[in-house]
Ligand binder design. Sequence first.
Ligand SMILES: Nc1ncnc2c1ncn2[C@@H]1O[C@H](COP(=O)(O)OP(=O)(O)OP(=O)(O)O)[C@@H](O)[C@H]1O
Ligand SMILES: [Mg+2]
Length: 605
Amino acid sequence: MFESVDFEEPWRKVHEWPMSLAWLSASAITLAVTATLPVPTRVGVATSLACLSFAAWRAAQAWVRSQARGRAVEKTRKEFVTPQELISKQKPGLLWLGKGFAWTDIEARKMHALIGKGLAKTFGKEFITDGAHWLHGLSSEDDVYADLGLLEGHTLIVGSTGVGKTRLFDLLIAQAIARGEPVIIIDPKGDHGLASNALKVCEALGQPERFVYFHPAHPERSACIDPLRNWNRKTELASRIAALIPSETGADPFTAFGWKVLNDIVNGLIATGQRPNLVQLRRYIEGGPDDLLLKALRMHFKTKVPDWESRSSSFVKQFKGNQLLAYIAFYKEIVIHEAQSVDLDGLISTYEHNREHFQKMVASLIPILSMLTSDPLTELLSPDFEVGHDKLVTDMARIIRADKVMYVGLDSLADATVGSAIGSILLADLTAVAGDRYNYGIDSIKPINVFVDEAAEVINNPTIQLLNKGRGAGFRMTIATQTFADFASRLGDENKARQVLANTNNKIALRVQDAETQKYIADGIPKIKARSMMIRYGHNVDSNIHDAYSASYQEQATEEEADLIPPAILSELPPLHYFARLSGGLTIKGRLPILHAQAARKRRV
Ligand SMILES: Nc1ncnc2c1ncn2[C@@H]1O[C@H](COP(=O)(O)OP(=O)(O)OP(=O)(O)O)[C@@H](O)[C@H]1O
Ligand SMILES: [Mg+2]
């Protein structure tokens, strides 16, 4: 089964060279025959010259083909682009996606025809070992641009390890920085190039002050960021930390109890005029809320109960000077009827809870809080500095308002649990900012670009919310992962993983080895009709009847349904080559240069 291939594929073998050689030999043989046999000299020479001109014509064709093949081979090398070059490629309203072309049914038909013909036969074995570069020869490449508006539908990048996810991030991040928009980069793997490239782009734009670096492994250089700074409702803070409790379903009694205790303490802190931070929460959960409750009771009495000191003195006597017990009794018997406080009710119930049971129920919360508050994270995540210190203290809302570029390196390879807890809590903080913009009107018209590399390491329920409602709040999320199974195992539920994926309208697939992930990418793409030609020869000799010989020849053209992008072809993409399926239905085949500060010519390898 094959279809005649009526296009020039720059990768194919140069068949014109042997043809030229054949014509050249024909010319020589003709001359030799003319010289040795009695052939009219004129006829012989004329024939030889005719053969020679055919040889020259074929040689010229062969030369052009060899040049094209040479250029195609050149394109298999890595290419580099400097921040300046990348900035100069910017066009208003468009996003540059490297070099490539629109992948339509025309290219797909060519691909199916070539696969039918046999790839090794067409290109030679040596050209199909290092990934399917030939796919990129199916049309002529140019700079590819996508409409920026499409990014509002969020973008998913998939690819096995080392195939170019982070380098694609470099290009997308650089363009977001060049557009002057706020950028937040969450990098659980701590890819060195990602941070330095973002900084270099800021420098190339003459705005190095926009870059904010956060990295627990480099506390001396790291900015401080308070993940509990932004909230719309007080209950969000408890939810943000409770989401970190390891749980199968997120709805078990331990998570629920942990949430209640956190919420009571948050309310107590706010009621006593303190800003909740991780260190405070750890202190009152580990040591019990006694001090906080005493302070909250006193404060409540002071503001709401006239003559509280004289009225409570009988209770103090009754409890032999134990102020806390005395005030609780005073509150419960007297104050509750005059000035009840829900915050105090909650704190009192937490205080009165059986201590042993309390410790058991918060046992999974304590290690998380300890992790997030042990050095150097005490300073980095719960900043509370004197005026005049030299550390940069910020939070997500400020980063967004000032169009900063914030890089959050987590190095979860060294300590996966801490890294993913920090990533998750910062994403939850972002969700609160998104909610704020969504509920109270967007405070700036600029979109907010959030890039999460190795997203399966940090994704949590608040992030799903961010994907859901972020669009209305001007968030453009780009998340990268190796496989979908990673999402499902992180979220503990395949449906939730699907929810994440359903919220990303643009999909960019680099080389993908995992069959399920390949299928997911290819699934939503409509099929095309690929034409194929069937040729049948037959002949028959009847041994009984003398001379009875019959022969047949049949050609049949059929149209069959075929994939625009066959799932398996994704595993053959060379590194840095991709297929993008954008929300408008446009499919692109492209290849990416590597963002590098040095000039492209010098860096070519
Ligand atoms: N400065 C550079 N010079 C040459 N090649 C590079 C450079 N930076 C990256 N590469 C190459 O680019 C390819 C893609 O690297 P990248 O870091 O983007 O992979 P990735 O998909 O993010 O992988 P991982 O899952 O391991 O993070 C790799 O093959 C790497 O060798
Ligand atoms: Mg990477």
